[in-house]
Design a protein. Structure first.
Length: 457
């Protein structure tokens, strides 16, 4: 009987040994899991509500910069007034620091370790929310470039955070500085003046009450293109420098800015202003150098974004001078090639007469022929502007006299001098001239007239 008992006891001992080994392994794994979880929790450097951050202090090599969120939700420097802050960068700082988590820890810091990891003279960032201030110290980048070494004010260890976070937190004066070309909103601007060498300045003025833009008075007889100006302004206030190069630039010649391509002055309704000059980078035309006049900050912009500097008054005027709307007249007389033709028109009933003879415009063919002829002189294209010209206008090549429905008359005429066809309205020069093909060739007023007359016979 002893042998079975011995076998049973041996089995129980082995079972007990196996259970003991299992429990030992399980305890070891649980301990490792607990340690791992504790490490993960310890690696959480900050847990801040980013929306509650109201103040960020930067301790940089050239001094301290204190940024605070004002009542309008704009980040401003409060310990100095050197420049406007980069709002996007400030938002990035708040986002990155609010839930900053390390990849790993390198143990408790001492003086030698701090020096090893560049934390003996770190960049310092202090973040203040509604309850307290948090401190972050940023040291060197790792040799592999995968991380940055950091410490916090309430932990005694050195940690490594991801490189993209660390590089974003490494600030300097130019990092903090606003990259905006025009630090205004589209409703803040009072006027914009664009000057180019050898060309007449173009000044655009905003009327806050009417919310309309206008050009100089000499363009009053032309129609300002509100859409073109609004589009330009919207683009202007969104433009940001690709790179900030030098502060307080004195050697203008080094960048060709002693002879700039363009000068721009922007005045705001509150009395502030922004001036800048531009010069295409001849070595890399992708970029244009911009020198801010207020602080001599040299910046580089993508040339494709600086469309403003290539514009003149012509770009902000509708490309046609309009005569009377055919729906608001009872008729018109047109003098062409020394001969006057009288028309009556009733667009409601689609009836028309030419020198008293009925022209059938009730069908699509007749209506199209009439409209093409009417638009050929009543929608006069503008080829260019010449406000300095003083054309005579006493012997026009074409004159349209409109009999308006309110009983008044108005005129649109074209006078040719030295190959240019100057546009007049009610006997006054508009400052614009028309393309020559409106008066000769297949698309001329005369050709459209002949087609309509041929149809009416």
């Amino acid at each position: 009987m002893k042998k079975p008992i011995i076998i049973l006891v041996s089995a129980l001992v082995l079972a007990g040994s196996s259970m003991g080994a299992f429990l030992a392994v399980k305890h070891k794994r649980d301990t490792e899991a607990n340690i791992s979880q504790a490490e993960k929790e310890d690696n959480v450097l900050f847990n801040i509500n980013s929306a509650g951050i109201k103040k960020v202090e930067f301790g940089l090599e050239d001094g301290d910069y204190v940024a605070e969120l004002n009542d309008s939700g704009v980040w401003v420097l409060t310990n100095r007034d050197d420049f406007a802050l980069d709002q996007v960068y400030m938002q990035l700082i708040c986002t990155y620091t609010s839930d900053l988590t390390a990849q790993t820890a390198y143990g408790k810091a001492d003086d030698s370790k701090k020096a090893m990891y560049g934390l003996d003279e770190p960049l310092t960032i202090k973040i203040t929310d509604d309850s307290r201030t948090y401190e972050l110290y940023v040291g060197d980048e790792s040799p592999t470039g995968e991380s940055y070494y950091v410490m916090t004010g309430d932990k005694d260890k050195i940690y490594a955070i991801e490189s993209y976070q660390g590089s974003a937190l490494i600030a300097d004066r130019l990092t903090l500085k606003s990259k905006k070309l025009a630090p205004f909103s589209n409703s803040d601007i009072a006027d914009i003046t664009i000057k180019k060498d050898g060309m007449e300045p173009c000044k655009l003025t905003y009327d806050k009450e009417s919310t309309m833009w206008s050009l100089d008075k000499k363009y009053d007889m032309l129609t300002t293109d509100q859409t073109a100006i609004t589009s330009m302004v919207n683009n202007l206030i969104r433009l940001e420098a690709d790179t900030l190069l030098e502060e307080n630039l004195t050697d203008l010649k080094a960048y060709g800015l002693d002879k700039p391509d363009c000068e721009v002055e922007i005045n705001a309704l509150d009395g502030t202003k922004r001036t800048f000059t531009t010069k295409l980078n001849e070595n890399d035309p992708t970029y244009t150098f911009v020198l801010i006049g207020e602080d001599k900050q040299l910046e580089a912009y993508y040339t494709s974004g600086l469309t403003l500097t290539d514009t003149t008054a012509y770009d902000y005027i509708l490309p046609t001078v309009k005569g009377a709307d055919m729906y608001s007249i009872s008729g018109f007389d047109i003098e062409l090639d020394g001969k006057t033709t009288e028309f009556t028109i009733d667009t409601d009933s689609k009836t028309c007469t030419l020198n008293g003879k009925t022209v059938d415009i009730s069908n699509s063919e007749g209506y199209m022929l009439f409209q093409n002829f009417y638009d050929s002189f009543s929608m006069m294209a503008i080829e260019g502007l010449d406000t300095d010209a003083k054309p005579d206008g006493s012997e026009p090549v074409v004159t349209a006299t409109y009999h308006n429905s309110d009983g008044t008359d108005s005129t649109l005429s074209i006078a040719e001098e030295d190959g240019k066809y100057y546009i007049f309205r009610d006997g006054k020069y508009t400052g614009a001239y028309a393309p020559a093909d409106r008066f000769t060739g297949r698309s001329s007023i005369g050709e459209f007239y002949k087609k309509l007359v041929g149809y009416s016979l």
